[in-house]
Ligand binder design. Structure first.
Ligand code: BES
Ligand code: MN
Ligand code: ZN
Length: 496
């Protein structure tokens, strides 16, 4: 789907379908909706009066123009309550609009800037959010079967006010890059594990690095052994698929370095502490952290923030076998610290521990890791909100602010010293599981031990990497969560 700017007045546009918006519980129309309704002779206003159009966020109502406009159809999109309007509402509404248009079999959509000017949503921010929502809403993973619906070919943002045009162009460009980053992350994570092995993930990373001018190193198991990555290699012992430790570099000579670390378990069976078979297939997406980092790295290479960024993605399967790590074993991590294995299913933190140590070795000033780390995070925060853990209030606050803009909700959890007790081991420096209580926090406490005094934040996306249903710009399947927020974080740090 191509997104472009159309310099025209919405009521004069000739397209398969045009779109305007209404707020909830508002009887009087304004802006683009008022213009279009003028040509329609008041149809939209009377549908509101009759209660058919309520204006709830994401509601779509199709009005046939019967020759009163050059376009055949108008989709009226609900924006929810005016007082709650923000960029995420614009993104969500654009996603709903595109889904509806696709279900109708429409090829071209031209939309007014939905809600522009309300609650501080400028033309630039509105255009960016709508572009993101439209591209994300048009996504489908149809590599292995014919798509059920025909694809939309073009989506236009309609604006004729001279002052707003350049703003819209800017927002549109940024939105395209960020949405395609998220769709890349979705593509990687939707891919079944037989076609997304560590080797294939590394190949994809190589292609992206080459195309967008980034440096890349792919450490083999032998290289990782020479480095001393005993924790990461412990996870890799059970599988026949060769593990890959992927390191991508943007602006490699910059002194100010942000490291993005993504868990890349391409399939998590649990290993010897094997998971129950029910729902195990979902663990093909246990590399969603790495997918988010890869998506973000590509966006960063396009948006060019003035900061060095390294993407570190430890990639391996977690499988049981005669060679596999066993409960009770002790491994020695890259940091030198020893870890007693309580559960081989707590493998993500093992891979991340060595990845964090490696990022520090490469001179990272800040580290942000992202991972489908704990089932406890899904229990606590559901499909909606990611868990945030940090040793740096400024970095945590910055991420929370970014998350408000990207709509990728995050909530900070505590790191009180008392929680550290739960991962003390009798025979090693620590153990890899703190038990059932506060599982997300103790996983964070484990990582914190490898971070030292480097500024760090950890984002647990478990349960957020997959959506059970389509809604707004979300599709059923993997979500690509985190890619936009990580890229936006790099942009924010660049301005400081
Ligand atoms: N990949 C899982 C966590 C997960 C669960 C992600 C559900 C997405 C959806 C992780 O490797 C895991 O198995 N964690 C264990 C840790 C426990 C053994 C300490 C868990 O959460 O049960
Ligand atoms: Mn696991
Ligand atoms: Zn896992």
């Amino acid at each position: 789907m191509k997104v472009s700017l159309l310099k025209d007045s919405i009521a004069d546009v000739s397209e398969d379908c045009i779109a305007v918006s209404v707020f909830q519980d508002e009887k009087t129309l304004s802006g683009a909706a008022a213009k279009v309704d003028g040509s329609l002779g008041g149809t939209i206003a009377s549908l509101i009066k009759q209660g058919e159009i309520k204006g709830k966020l994401g509601e779509t109502t199709v009005v046939h123009t019967m020759g009163k406009l050059l376009s055949d159809r108008v989709i009226v999109v609900g924006l929810g309550e005016r007082s709650k309007f923000n960029v995420e509402a614009a993104r969500f509404a654009a996603g709903s609009l595109v889904s509806k248009a696709r279900a109708l079999g429409v090829k071209g959509v031209a939309s007014a800037l939905l809600g522009v000017g309300v609650k501080g949503v400028t033309a630039e921010l509105c255009a960016q959010a709508m572009t993101e929502g439209a591209i994300l809403g048009a996504y489908s993973f149809d590599k292995y079967k014919k798509p059920e619906e025909t694809a939309i070919e073009s989506f236009s943002l309609v604006e004729d006010r001279k002052a707003a045009v350049s703003q819209v162009e800017k927002g549109l460009k940024k939105g395209e890059i960020l949405a395609h980053a998220q769709n890349l992350a979705r593509d990687l994570a939707n891919e079944p594990s037989n076609n997304m092995t560590p080797t294939i993930l590394a190949e994809r990373a190589k292609e992206i690095a080459k195309k967008f001018g980034m440096k890349i190193d792919i450490l083999s198991e032998k290289d990782a052994e020479k480095e001393g990555m005993g924790a990461f290699l412990g996870v890799a012992r059970g599988t026949d698929e060769p593990a890959k430790f992927i390191v991508m570099r943007y602006r490699p000579s910059d002194k100010n370095v942000l490291a993005l670390v993504g868990k890349g378990i391409t399939f998590d069976s649990g290993g010897i502490s094997i998971k129950s078979s029910q729902g195990m297939g979902a663990m093909k997406a246990d590399m969603s952290g790495a997918a988010a980092v890869l998506g973000a790295m590509r966006a960063i290479a396009q948006l060019k923030p003035k900061i060095g960024v390294i993407g570190v993605m430890p990639a391996t399967e977690n499988m049981p076998s005669g060679h596999a790590l066993k409960p009770g074993d002790v491994v020695k991590s890259l940091s030198g610290k020893t870890i007693e294995i309580i559960s081989t299913d707590a493998e993500g933190r093992l891979a991340l521990a060595d990845a964090i140590s490696y990022a520090k070795k490469l001179g990272a000033k800040r580290i942000v890791d992202i991972a489908t780390l704990t089932g406890a995070c899904f229990v606590a925060l559901g499909e909606i909100t990611s868990g945030l853990i940090s040793n740096d209030d400024r970095l945590a606050d910055l991420l929370l602010d970014v998350s408000e803009k990207t709509g990728e909700k995050m909530w900070r959890l505590p790191t009180f010293d008392e929680y550290d007790e739960q991962i003390k081991s009798d025979i090693a420096d620590m153990k890899n599981s703190g038990g059932r209580a506060a599982g997300t926090i103790t996983a964070g406490m484990f990582l914190k031990r490898f971070v030292g005094d480097t500024s760090w934040a950890h984002i647990d996306i478990a349960g957020k990497e997959y959506s059970e249903k389509a809604k707004g710009y979300q599709q059923k399947g993997t979500t690509g969560v985190g890619a936009r927020s990580l890229a936006e974080l790099a942009l924010r740090l660049s301005r400081r």
